[in-house]
Design a protein around this ligand. Sequence first.
Ligand code: ADP
Ligand code: MG
Length: 235
Amino acid sequence: MRTAIPVVELKGATREYPGVVALAGVDLTVRRGELAAIVGPSGSGKSTMLNVIGTLDRPTSGRVAIDGHDIASLSDRQLSALRAQSIGFIFQNFHLAEGVSALDNVADGLLYNGVGLHERRERAAAVLDRVGLGDRLDHRPGELSGGQKQRVAIARAVVGEPALLLADEPTGALDSTSGKAVMELLRELNAAGTTILVITHDQDIAESLPRQVTMLDGRVRYDSAAPADRVEGAC
Ligand code: ADP
Ligand code: MG
């Protein structure tokens, strides 16, 4: 049986800044349909790794392949296309455009997918409905709670139906009830087929997910899915 192409494959991925090795030779494979937590102390390289996986940042050395594409072989233009089609991002502080309705914040998630305005808005309305905000289409970020803003941000991230959803502390700015609702939504999206990586400081959230990857000093210190932890052939 052939193994399916991993959604994410890092081999010796390294990202150096002047005087700092933010990512120090990371090997990581993420397969289609996974939902994994990335944990570790502040400064351990979690965001750097997510940005490298999300092709927002290129590694200084090592191999990064997303959906089977070796990103070193792609031009900036091809990389933008891959990002637009295959990757969605969610951040702690929502990154929504102020003064712009929820509908258009989400519709803008399709700006680089070659979809006309009418269809962008139609698809945005459908996804906002799916995240429980069908009655908030015209509301601007300033008129929404933190939890609602994060649901708008999630809708924007998934409106293009990306294979991979990357979330950097998505519940970090939310109260625990809103945080639970956001995690519930991520679980639903995962059950519907989206591969998701979530950086979190919340140990309960991390332990509730199927896979945990722990970072320390720019390296993966523990991976619950590492081959050494699997009992091959057990039944
Ligand atoms: P985490 O998300 O786990 O808190 P980061 O990936 O943000 O960690 O940072 C890892 C290390 O890289 C830290 O020492 C940080 O100061 C450094 N770093 C991150 N981004 C930059 C940058 N743009 N310039 C210089 N150093 C950076
Ligand atoms: Mg970070």
